[in-house]
Design a protein around this ligand. Structure first.
Ligand code: NFS
Length: 660
């Protein structure tokens, strides 16, 4: 790790240099000149009312706000609000998708179809919807309506909670953690943390856990499922990742943000021969569609559209001077891009009334006219090609790395036995035998206060060296993709012997790209399958599995971390602790939560300690499960993974349950 660098990504380094030469200020420099407030960043600033803001800088137990709020209460309220905001973000994304599904089912959004009817039927099963004698669209309509109900229902609990192991459901029931309705949990959290309501840090954090579960087992899981139903369940695809995926002789159109619907239509429109010849008429060889942030992940895992990278690459993409248009929707879109684009020919196009930007062009997306709007946007980008200034063109000139992405839980099951024998047995057996020490989900953002990607890359490398299977999402997945870690060859070169043998047998990389941040829900599904398969306990809590977000910055990451813990996955966050100010909160999350949900939430900045803690948690779980202690190079006997020839022949074939 080079801490003196702003980024571990050579393409980002090259463009940071270009930006410096051209006096373009990016978030990397702003993070240097604008230091975080030490009071607020540690959770000790209360601005819930106008008697303050109160800065609780004294010792815990001695300091309080004007109203008498203690440090733990202030820190808990701040944390809980982050959870509510993160849950709201993922879930509002799901609501839009549910409305799109409804419009498709009713024949009102004719540019879309149901791409995975098998998954639709499975989802209908989870929701207790009878599919007998019904058309695909009738089932889709009922599923969409049931999903929409999940936001505001006044009775019962979220339907998807039943997908968790029975034991987990009992824990949630026992501690009152079952979310009732998505909107209700977000609203209640805001209410409880307003001045003068919940004055008990532990109780506030119970509310935070419940709200987070409305994200993981609610909004996010629905978002993933609806996207799969409408756009196809991912299976491995090959692609490339780098800030150097832009083409000098083509129109470069970046789609940035989080929602997949419009991006899907841009993928379709990009292939329109009429637009291709229009591009030629303007002197370009074609249209190069490129993704950024989680929208990138959505179209990468389904179509192999190359990614220009994650959150911290958005300004640098414009600095290449080759971006004709950047289409944005919601979340993680830096206001700075509008300003930077003024120095270049790049047009920023906002597409939702929820997210407008001054100085941007607004073309409102509407699923009822999706293709027409996608074509309009592409035309606009093509028209802008002639405005590209030669003197601005500064490619990163770092060869994009190849990557394989698209490991849905359906595909992970399929790859362990094929279409008819798919199961989690081989994975469970490999864990029991000690070939695979455990599983770590590395997720979350980049944060310009940390050398970009350095912690993601360090942890990914070290974990696979230690025989830990790594699954990734969001900007963390971008980091591994850019670093060239997401290829099966990486297993041969860098993984420990046990993990290497398993990866070779199955034909997978040791680091699996599972999609966007909303797709962290796939990790919950995988964990539930592992628990159900047997031999590793009967709950998610207690599995040799850990979640890590080493470079987090978003409230969404906090919601994800909290729902992982509430689901039984111990979780470690780097990049500074938002509850640092309160020892009580630290003790609650690191220790007391174990007694309730069988997992803890840790904040640890030091990467070596993060790694050590993750391995310690995995080994402790192995010991508790009374399975073979991990010892590199010595493995127990286990079932042969599968028929090698068959597996190799069909490594990237259609997985069970996926219609292509
Ligand atoms: Ni996740 Fe995706 Fe990235 Fe962080 Fe933002 S893009 S939803 S929040 S920054 S991983």
């Amino acid at each position: 790790m080079r801490e003196d660098l702003k980024s571990a990504d050579p393409a980002a380094q090259s463009l940071l240099k270009t930006a410096g030469e051209k006096n373009v200020i990016t978030s990397f420099e702003r993070a240097e000149s604008l230091k975080p407030c030490p009071i607020g960043s540690h959770g000790a600033c209360c601005k819930m009312c106008h008697m303050g803001p109160c800065r609780l800088v004294g010792k815990e137990g001695e300091t309080e706000g004007v109203c008498g709020a203690s440090l733990p209460v202030v820190a808990a309220r701040n944390f809980a609000r982050m959870v509510a905001a993160g849950t709201a973000a993922h879930s509002d994304h799901a609501r839009d998708l549910a409305n799109t599904l409804l419009a498709v089912a009713r024949g009102e959004a004719k540019d879309f179809q149901i791409k995975d009817a098998r998954k639709l039927n499975r989802v209908a099963g989870y929701l207790d919807i009878n599919i007998e004698g019904k058309t695909v669209n009738q089932v889709a309509e009922e599923v969409a309506l049931k999903f929409l109900e999940q936001f505001g229902q006044q009775k019962g609990v979220l339907a998807y909670l039943s997908r968790a192991p029975k034991k987990r459901q009992e824990i949630w029931r026992k501690f009152g953690l079952e979310p009732r309705a998505i909107d209700r949990e977000c609203v209640e959290m805001l209410h409880r943390t307003t001045m003068g309501v919940d004055q008990d840090a532990e109780n506030i954090m119970l509310g935070a856990m419940r709200a987070s579960l409305a994200d993981g087992w609610g909004g996010s899981m629905m978002g993933t499922d609806i996207s799969d139903i409408l756009f196809g369940t991912p299976k491995p695809v090959q692609s490339r990742a780098s800030l150097d995926v832009f083409k000098e002789d083509e129109v470069n159109l970046v789609v940035h943000g989080h929602e997949p619907s419009f991006a899907e239509m841009l993928v379709v429109a990009q292939e329109d021969p009429e637009l291709a010849s229009y591009a030629k008429s303007k002197g370009a060889k074609g249209v190069n569609l490129v993704g950024m942030c989680c929208t990138a992940n959505e179209i990468l895992i389904r179509h192999g559209i190359p990614t220009a990278g994650g959150f911290l690459q958005q300004e640098l993409g414009i600095v290449t001077g080759m971006v004709e248009a950047m289409v944005v929707d919601v979340q993680c879109i830096m206001p700075a891009i509008a300003e930077i684009s003024k120095k270049y020919h790049t047009k920023i196009i906002t597409t939702t009334p929820k997210g407008k930007m001054t100085d941007a062009i607004h073309i409102e997306y509407d699923e009822h006219h999706a293709l027409e709007l996608a074509k309009k946007v592409i035309r606009l980008a093509i028209d802008n090609f002639e405005n590209r200034k030669k003197e601005d063109v500064a490619p990163a000139r770092v060869k994009p790395e190849d990557m394989i992405a698209g490991f849905s839980d359906e595909y992970i099951e399929y790859m362990q036995g094929g279409r008819f024998r798919g199961s989690y047995r081989p994975l469970n057996d490999a864990i029991i035998a000690g070939r695979i020490r455990g599983v770590v989900g590395i997720a979350g953002c980049n944060n310009p206060r940390i050398c970009q990607d350095s912690l993601h890359n360090f942890l990914a490398r070290e974990l696979i060296k230690n025989d830990v299977l790594v699954v990734q999402t969001g900007c963390s997945a971008h980091a591994s993709g850019k670093a060239g870690y997401m290829t099966p060859e990486n297993a041969l070169e860098n993984a420990g012997q046990g993990l290497r043998e398993v990866c070779e047998a199955i034909g997978i990389p040791p680091i699996l790209h599972m999609g966007s941040c909303v797709d962290n829900s796939r990790i919950l599904t995988v964990a539930s399958h592992i628990a159900a398969e047997g031999g590793l306990g009967d709950d998610i809590g207690g599995l040799p599995a850990v979640g890590i977000a080493p470079e987090w910055m978003s409230e969404k990451a906090i919601a994800i971390g909290t729902y992982l813990v509430a689901s039984g996955v111990p979780t470690i966050f780097g990049a500074g602790s938002p509850i640092e100010a309160s020892k009580t909160m630290k003790d609650l999350m690191e220790n007391k939560w174990w007694d309730m949900v069988n997992a803890g939430f840790y904040f640890e900045d030091n990467p070596e300690k993060m790694l050590e803690l993750a391995l310690k948690l995995i080994d402790a779980a192995r010991e508790k499960l009374k399975i073979r202690p991990y010892s590199p190079g010595t493995f127990g006997t286990e079932r042969v993974l599968m028929d090698m020839a068959a597996r190799r022949a069909g490594t990237f074939a259609t997985p069970h349950g996926v219609d292509v």
